[in-house]
Write a protein that binds this ligand. Structure first.
Ligand code: ADP
Length: 394
C-alpha cells in the first residue's frame, strides 16, 4: 500500500511517501516547500515530481493520504478525512488558527487531486482519549464545558511513538504492541508491573505527557496548543485573570491581546532575543539576564510537569527527550535531570554530552530510572495508523 503523509503548515508543505506492508515499511521519497501561498500548485508539483523521478508511474498509484490534524470539534481518533472531518476542523479554527485552516484546505485539495485515494486524518488529540475525566476537565460552568472547553492534549503522534519505542527499549514488547494497536483496540490491558514513562516533546512547540503502560494519562497541553510549557512564541500556561486585567490596564483589544499571547510571548517574549533556543543560549552565555530567565523558566516548567506525572503514576521507569530541543539540548537535559538522585534518576554526564539527535540511553549505570533520547518520528506513526485504518476497511 502506498501512503503519502502530508504535513501542512501555515506556509509550508512537506510530504513523505511510504510503502507499507504488514511486515514493515519503507520511505520511497520525501520533499517539501516553504513560503507556500498556493497549496493547489505545490500539491500538483509534488505529485508531478514523484512521477517524473520514477518513484511512481502515476499519481493514481497512491492508495491513501494521511494528515496529522490537530483538533476538531467533537471529533478525534483516526478517521476518514471526509466532509465531517473538514467541518470539525473548521468549527475549531479559532482554537488552532495556525493549523486547522491549512489542513481543512489541504484535505479539500487532495480530494480533488487524488479522487481515488482514501484520505485519513489522525488527530493529535487521539492519544489522550483515555485520560481520566477528572484530569481533562476544567472547573467551569456546564455551558462552557458543553461548548467543548476541556483539556485535549497535542503532539499525540510524537508521544505515541515515544510510548511504543520506550516500551521496546525497556523490553516490554507486549506494551509496545498494545500501544501500536491503541486506536483500533482501545487501551492495552494492564498486565504485570506498571510501566511508567514521561515523554518530553521539546521543540518549536513543546509538551510533557505521562504514559502508563503505553496509554497517555495526562499532558501539559490543555484546550489549545497555547498552553502548558512556554512555546517558541506562545505563552504556555497563564492565569485566566491576566487577560482581562491586561486588556484593561494596557488598553488592549481582545484581538491585540490574543496576537501578543500567540506571537510575542513564550521564549521570544521572555528573552526578548529570539524564539529559537540556540540564539537564546548564546545570548545567555553572553550575559543577557532575560535570555537566562527564559531558559530557566522552560526548565522549571518541564520539571514541574515531569514531577506531576511521576507522582500520578506512583513512580517513574523512564524519562524520554524528543524533538529539536529534547534531542539536541544537552545542557537543558542535564538541568531537567539535576538533583534527582533521591528519586533514583542519575544522568551520566558523558553520555548526555555525547548525544545529539540519535537514539541513546543517558542514565548512569547505577540509575534506577532510565533516561532516553528518542528522535521524533511522527510521520511513521501516522503512516502506520493510515495503513491500519485502510486495512480495517477492506
Ligand atoms: P517544531 O517541529 O515544533 O518546529 P522541532 O522539533 O524541529 O520543532 O524543534 C525546533 C527547535 O529545536 C528549534 O527552535 C531549536 O530551538 C531547537 N534546536 C534545533 N537544533 C538544535 C540544536 N542543535 N541545539 C539546541 N536546540 C536545537
Amino acid at each position: 500500500m502506498l501512503v503519502l503523509i502530508a504535513n501542512l503548515g501555515s506556509t509550508s508543505f512537506k510530504y513523505r511517501l511510504y510503502r507499507m506492508e504488514s511486515t514493515g515499511q519503507e520511505v520511497l521519497a520525501k520533499g517539501g516547500y516553504e513560503r507556500v501561498t498556493d497549496y493547489a500548485a505545490v500539491i500538483e508539483d509534488a505529485l508531478a515530481t514523484l512521477t517524473k523521478d520514477g518513484v511512481i508511474a502515476s499519481a493514481d498509484e497512491i492508495d491513501a493520504v494521511g494528515f496529522k490534524t490537530v483538533l476538531g470539534k467533537d471529533l478525534s481518533g483516526c478517521v476518514l478525512a471526509d466532509d465531517a472531518c473538514v467541518k470539525a476542523l473548521e468549527d475549531f479554527a479559532a482554537v488552532a488558527p495556525a493549523h486547522n485552516p491549512p489542513y481543512a484546505n489541504g484535505i479539500r485539495q487532495f480530494a480533488q487531486s487524488l479522487p481515488n485515494a482514501k484520505l485519513v486524518a489522525l488527530f493529535e488529540t487521539a492519544f489522550y482519549q483515555w485520560v481520566p475525566e477528572a484530569r481533562s476537565t476544567y472547573a467551569l460552568p456546564q455551558s462552557w464545558r458543553d461548548a467543548g472547553i476541556r483539556r485535549y492534549g497535542f503532539h499525540g503522534a510524537s508521544h505515541k511513538f515515544v510510548a511504543e519505542r520506550s516500551a521496546e527499549l525497556l523490553g516490554r514488547d507486549e506494551v509496545a504492541a498494545g500501544t501500536a494497536a491503541l486506536y483500533q483496540q482501545g487501551p492495552a490491558a494492564i498486565t504485570g508491573k506498571p510501566l511508567r514513562v514521561v515523554s518530553c516533546h521539546l521543540g518549536g512547540s513543546s509538551s510533557v505527557t505521562g504514559i502508563l503502560n503505553g496509554v497517555a494519562i495526562g499532558t501539559s497541553m490543555g484546550f489549545s496548543p497555547q498552553s502548558g510549557l512556554p512555546q517558541n512564541n506562545r505563552v504556555g500556561d497563564l492565569d485566566s485573570g491576566a487577560i482581562p486585567y491586561a486588556m484593561k490596564t494596557l488598553g488592549l483589544t481582545l484581538e491585540e491581546a490574543e496576537r501578543q499571547l500567540t506571537k510575542d510571548s513564550g521564549l521570544l517574549g521572555l528573552s526578548g532575543v529570539s524564539n529559537d533556543i540556540r540564539d537564546i543560549n548564546e545570548a545567555s552565555q553572553a550575559g543577557n539576564a532575560n535570555a537566562t530567565l527564559a531558559i530557566d523558566h522552560l526548565i522549571d516548567s518541564i520539571r514541574h510537569w515531569v514531577g506531576a506525572f511521576a507522582w500520578q503514576m506512583g513512580g517513574l521507569d523512564a524519562l524520554v527527550f524528543t524533538a529539536g530541543i529534547g534531542e539536541n539540548g544537552r545542557e537543558l537535559r542535564a538541568a531537567v535531570c539535576a538533583g534527582l538522585e533521591e528519586f533514583g534518576l542519575v544522568l551520566d554526564e558523558q553520555r548526555n554530552a555525547a548525544c545529539r539527535a540519535v537514539e541513546a540511553e543517558l542514565q548512569a549505570d547505577h540509575s534506577r530510572v532510565k533516561v532516553f533520547v528518542i528522535p521524533a518520528n511522527e510521520e511513521l506513526v501516522l503512516a502506520r495508523e493510515v495503513y491500519r485504518k485502510i486495512s480495517s476497511l477492506s
